[in-house]
Unconditional design. Structure first.
Length: 117
């Protein structure tokens, strides 16, 4: 067992909280955030819509899902995103939102979060 303090991951989530997982050696981020970069979505699938690559945030909390939703809607309204691709991205956000709700619900039911009597 090492006696050296392990610094926490320096990634700040969209809600303002810090990740808190141990950072990799000589790095500022944990394994997940070091490997996970913002998703670049190339949307040049149709000749009617000019290419407009944009970044979607890492879908890790409700705020990042909401931010991604806003970006997709904005690109769709300005005709920079093919409606079919927008539909696929919106469906992915729906799945992420459902998974987040299920994860939060299971964390509430875990024995570690229940107060002792």
């Amino acid at each position: 067992m090492s006696t050296y303090p392990v610094p926490p991951c320096q990634h700040i989530k969209k809600n303002g909280s810090q990740c808190g997982s141990p950072a990799l050696r000589d790095r500022q981020l944990c394994y997940f955030h070091d490997r996970c970069r913002p998703l670049i979505q190339n949307v040049n699938g149709s000749a009617r819509f000019p290419p407009a690559p944009f970044f979607l945030p890492l879908l890790e909390d409700a705020n990042s899902i909401q931010q991604a939703l806003g970006k997709i809607c904005q690109h769709l309204l300005h005709r920079r995103l093919d409606p079919k691709k927008a539909g696929q991205l919106l469906y992915a956000l729906q799945i992420a939102s459902t998974n987040l709700a299920l994860r939060n619900e299971s964390q509430k039911k875990s024995p570690a979060s229940r107060p002792a009597h």
